[in-house]
Structure formats: C-alpha cells, structure tokens
Design a protein around this ligand. Structure first.
Ligand code: PLP
Length: 404
C-alpha cells in the first residue's frame, strides 16, 4: 500500500541529514517524473547529474533486466564479463589503460587519492605525500574526500581529519604555484566545479596545472564525477580542454541511475595498486557494469554528444531570455548540460527559494551553493521538455519577483 507511506515518515525513521522535498516521486520516464498524487514534473535536476539518459531509458532497462536474469554478484574474488567489457570501453575511449570500479564518486576519489600517495611512496619515498586541491571544491563525503574537498563546513565536527592536505585557489595559477612543492604527490581539480557553483576552469589554469605537476613529479587528478560521461559535450571534460590527467574519477552519469564509480589511470601508475593494496566488495558488480557499459555505448556517439551542445545552447538562450525579463541572474555559466544561474545581488543567498518556486510549478531544479541555481538534465532531454521547463521556470521567477 504505497499511499500509506508519506513524507512525514521521513522525519520519523530517517537519519535527519537530508531535507528532501515535500512530495515523493514514484515514477519516471525520460525527463518526466510523477509524484504520489500523480502530479507530473519536468526533471532538469537529473538525480544530481546522474540520470544521463533520463528515467527508465528502454535500453538501460533491457541491459539491467537481462543481466538480472543471469548473474548479480560474484565479488572480485572472481572477475565477470560485464566489468571487463566496461573497462575495455572506457580505456578505448580515454587516455587511460586501466580501470578500477567502485560504487560512488567518493569511493572513486578515495581510490585516486590513495593511489597517488602509494605511487609517490613507491617511486619517491614516504615524504612525498601531500595532496593539494582547490578551495570550494567538492570531492565526496568520506572523511578523506571531505578533507581534500575545499569546503570547511563539511569537515566541521569530524576532526581529527587526515593530514597532508593543502588548498589553493581555483583558476588562480599563482596560488597553485605557491602551493605546489616537491612534497606534493597530487594536484586535484574538478574541470568544472560542480557543487561549488558550476564554475568552469580556465584552459590556461588546467594547462599550468599539467606543467607544474610534471615539474614536481606530482600526479594530476581530475575529479570528473560530475563533468564526466558526456555532461560537457565531450565524453570527459579533459578532452574538451585538451589537458590530460594522470588519474580520473567518474561516477554520477556513468551509471545513469545505477550506483557505480570508476577510477581511470595509466598502466604505469596502476602498478602501485598491486594485489591486495586496495579493494571493495561490490566494485565492478555485473549489474552496475552492464548498465554503465550501455550508458557509455549510447553517450559516446556523435549524435548524443552533439545533442548536448545544441540542447545546452537552447537552455542557455531560454535562461538568458528569462533574465532579460526579470534581471535575476548575474550570469548563466557552465558547460554543456551542467549550467548554473548565478543570482543577482538582489536575490543573493536565495537559490533554494528559486528551486522551491520551480517545484511548485512542477519543475525539478538544483542548487549549487546558496547563490547558484543548477541545471543538470538528461543528456538526451527533448527540446519540447526544455521549452516547457523554461515556461514553467519563467512563471516561477515571475512569482518570486512579484513577491519581493
Ligand atoms: C557528487 C560528487 C562527488 C561525490 O560523489 P558521490 O557519488 O556522492 O560519493 C565527488 N566529486 C564531485 C565533483 C561530485 O560532483
């Protein structure tokens, strides 16, 4: 009896670390979602940049259900066919020679950071252990990843945190130069800061990071958990920038809604994760790998990647038109289908109000911090869904502006 469950149950039985919306989605198809009362929403939130092919894409449903009838799990005591196919697909499509699979973005980054330390220890000794990353960056919620992340609010109350981590300013080459030393084992960067406000890196900044890493024998890690798998219009954002990392993390869109994370790296670096040095029970599970393989096969095509660019432009044009009418944004920024509307001073700190107003008009959006409204729709979102979403957002913004 699904209607005996209500949002009030959340407040009773769930640990209160989330504050979910007032309605409960029960069904999705493409870029549409329905709640318990049958209200239909247009979904430009995409499960936080996860539902790369929308909800219940028929080819993903087929891949999952076919595998579900064959083999669910064997652990890494045995390998499996889907995981090897997925590793072949990812290494063929990227700089990487080797893949490691896990279940989330945080775990993928955890693997990146541990590998960077292990590689430095193996080749240069234990003194070379410092990881440097950007202020305001986000790398996940495990203790190591919140510590590497550059948002102090996420480590407050969780001390003591791991040592050997420093932060520099995003898009500031001088700040990076000042932070990097011969003790640095890795520089960690999101090509577009996602949670931090949908802020793309400058190409010169990423190029400088590459050069400085080479000078100091440090590894360049790109956290592509949010930017990866077609989100920016290339399979990975590093390809868009033409700056190649040594290690890359991927998750979110990779599973299209089924949990999976991946770390990609070169043959040489991968050798530091020799047998027994790292692991996970579920990583590369056949169900997750089957779905992710289908996601990669569909996304890594000229049609889908070109579609991301044209849909991005349509969405940006519409958002800018809304701004021309109401002057609520300082700018619309981002790459591909990861877009952020930076609120004007008059609406500073009120991103959540925009998201709430949109959901009253049956449109699902996200925030990225308190000043940015974030959009991360399916890469295959239909033009009519974009157009209708923009109409709904226009109505929501009109209401907010009128209430001011
Ligand atoms: C979401 C995100 C993570 C964490 O991924 P989880 O699957 O939530 O653990 C890490 N890095 C970036 C850039 C992200 O956007």
């Amino acid at each position: 009896m699904s209607n005996s469950i209500t949002r009030a149950d959340f407040d009773q039985v769930m640990v209160p670390n989330y504050g979910p919306a007032a309605f409960i989605p029960v069904k999705g198809l493409g870029s549409r979602v329905w709640d318990q009362d049958g209200r239909e929403f247009i979904d430009l939130a995409g499960g936080i940049a996860v539902n790369s092919l929308g909800h219940c894409h028929p080819q993903l449903v087929a891949a999952l259900t076919e595998q579900a009838g064959k083999l669910w799990h064997v652990s890494n005591v045995f390998t499996n066919e889907p995981v090897l196919k997925l590793a072949h697909a990812l290494t063929a499509a990227t700089f990487a020679d080797r893949a490691f699979f896990c279940n989330s973005g945080a775990e993928a980054n955890e693997a990146c950071f541990k590998l960077a330390r292990k590689y430095a220890a193996d080749h240069f000794g234990p003194e070379k252990n410092e990881i440097i990353s950007c202020k305001n960056s986000f790398h996940g919620r495990t203790l190591f990843t919140v510590s590497v992340g550059g948002q102090p609010k996420y480590t407050e109350g969780f001390a003591p945190v791991p040592a050997g981590i420093q932060h520099f300013e995003f898009n500031n080459i001088d700040s990076l130069k000042a932070a990097i030393t011969d003790k640095t084992c890795a520089v960690v960067i999101e090509p577009v800061q996602g949670e931090g406000g949908v802020l793309p890196a400058d190409k010169a900044f990423l190029q400088a990071a590459r050069e400085l890493c080479d000078q100091h024998n440090a590894l360049l890690i790109f956290d592509e958990v949010q930017t990866g798998v077609g989100r920016t219009g290339s399979l990975y954002a590093y390809q868009e920038y033409g700056v190649t990392p040594d290690i890359l993390s991927s998750a979110k869109s990779l599973g299209g809604g089924f949990p999976i994370g991946a770390m990609l790296t070169t043959d040489k670096i991968a050798q530091s994760f020799s047998v027994g040095t790292h692991g996970t029970t579920y990583g590369g599970n056949p169900l997750a790998a089957s779905v992710a393989l289908k996601v990669i096969e569909i996304v890594n095509t000229p049609e889908v990647l070109a579609g991301v660019r044209t849909k991005s432009q349509r969405l940006r044009d519409g958002l800018n038109a809304i701004n021309d009418k109401y002057q609520v944004f300082k700018e619309v920024r981002g790459m591909g289908l990861l877009l952020g509307c930076v609120l004007s001073d008059a609406f500073a700190g009120r991103a959540k109000d925009f998201v709430n107003a949109a959901s009253k008009h049956q449109l699902l959006l996200l925030v990225a911090g308190v000043n940015v409204v974030r959009l991360a729709p399916a890469l295959v979102v239909e033009e009519r869904d974009i157009d209708e979403a923009l109409q709904r957002f226009d109505a929501a913004v009109a209401e907010l502006v009128a209430a001011k």
